[in-house]
Design a protein around this ligand. Structure first.
Ligand SMILES: [Zn+2]
Length: 261
């Protein structure tokens, strides 16, 4: 991922990618619910996660159904997790931000695939403390295939990014003796295929920084104890997105501060 925004900055179609994102986000919700349970993503059709009642089209309008039904299932009246509208809104905002930053082009497709898979992984890891292999394999295959199309990274940057991601987290996993899981190592190797070595190093640095800040705040608030495990994928996802969107700017800032540029 050499640069973001090779195309002209879009002036038209603003908001369209937000709408596309909330529709995709509603499918990501299905992935977040079903993949850890080993269920098919296609069958059966959408059901209430609480009572199992089949949902009608009117129940499936992203975000709006949740607001209209005041966060409750129409059939059983139980509270539905706010995660559903949250994932939809987050996907919508991420898609719109990527479109406005990158413009229309192959690079945008790569980033939309990456952010979608990262949202699924982040929410599953936050809830279940594990990173499903299926998603890592999907990310890895899609990353290599998309780069054949976009040619954003040179031939050595793709495996180079994976080696940096897997290498740094693999070393941390050995040093922390279980603090960092095998899933985190594989995930960082897969996201490295999209970023290349430099940006992947930046992504991991940012992820560790975000994790330390959020973990520290949770300990201070008494929500976690110092030794409690904290899922790493949400932070790696955030670090990857920042590195992918503003990585060049951050590098330039760092180099100018260090007196190197
Ligand atoms: Zn229900």
């Amino acid at each position: 991922m050499v640069r973001c925004g090779s195309g002209p900055k879009p002036r038209e179609g603003r908001g369209i990618f937000f709408l596309l994102g909330i529709v995709v986000g509603s499918f990501l919700n299905v992935c977040i619910h079903r993949i850890p349970r080993g269920e098919s993503l296609v069958f059966p059709p959408s059901r209430c996660p609480l009572c199992g009642h089949r949902l009608a089209p009117a129940d499936l309008v992203p975000v709006l159904s949740y607001i209209w039904l005041e966060g409750r299932c129409r059939y059983c009246g139980q509270r539905i997790s706010p995660r559903y509208p949250l994932v939809e809104l987050a996907t919508g905002l991420a898609f719109e931000l990527l479109y406005r930053t990158c413009g229309l082009g192959p690079g945008l497709v790569t980033r939309l695939v990456l952010v979608s898979a990262l949202l699924v992984v982040a929410f599953i890891d936050a809830r279940h403390y594990r990173i499903p292999n299926e998603i890592v394999v999907f990310l890895a295959i899609a990353g290599v295939a998309l780069n054949f199309w976009t040619r954003e990274l040179s031939w050595w940057q793709v495996p180079g990014g994976a080696a940096v991601g897997g290498g740094i987290l693999g070393a941390l996993a050995l040093l922390s003796r279980g603090g960092m899981g095998e899933g985190d190592v594989k995930l960082a190797a897969a996201t490295g295929l999209y970023l290349g070595p430099g940006r992947q190093a930046l992504a991991i640095f940012l992820a560790a920084l975000f994790g330390a800040v959020v973990g520290g705040v949770l300990v201070l608030l008494g929500r976690k104890r110092r030794r409690d495990p904290i899922p790493f994928a949400p932070f790696l996802a955030a670090g990857t997105m920042v590195a992918c969107l503003w990585g060049d700017l951050l590098w330039l800032f760092y180099l100018s501060r260090a007196g190197l540029a």
